[in-house]
Design a binder for this molecule. Structure first.
Ligand SMILES: [Zn+2]
Length: 83
């Protein structure tokens, strides 16, 4: 089964334009990190999909390779402090 690097989501180049970092987390231990796109672009092509970045990573906490990556858009998943 070959998906040719298509893990879904926008490409790194698109996120770089928007200034959106990539959130990556480990399904084994729950460890998560925010990765600046500029850092990823030093190692990966701009056409790489966010979902495919996960395959290039392994967990810095447990060494696991079941990583999931998503764009980390501001305003999503943030709990507003309004009452
Ligand atoms: Zn882990």
């Amino acid at each position: 089964m070959i998906t040719d690097g298509d893990g879904g989501g926008p490409s790194l180049a698109e996120l770089a334009v928007q200034g959106v970092p990539v959130a990556a987390w480990c399904q084994a231990c729950g460890h998560h990190r925010l990765l600046p796109v500029t850092e990823l672009l030093r190692r990966l092509h701009g056409r790489t999909r966010v979902g495919a970045v996960a395959r290039r990573l392994c967990c810095t906490a447990c060494g696991g390779r079941r990583i999931e990556t998503r764009p980390h858009y501001r305003g999503l998943g943030v709990v507003a402090g309004h009452r």
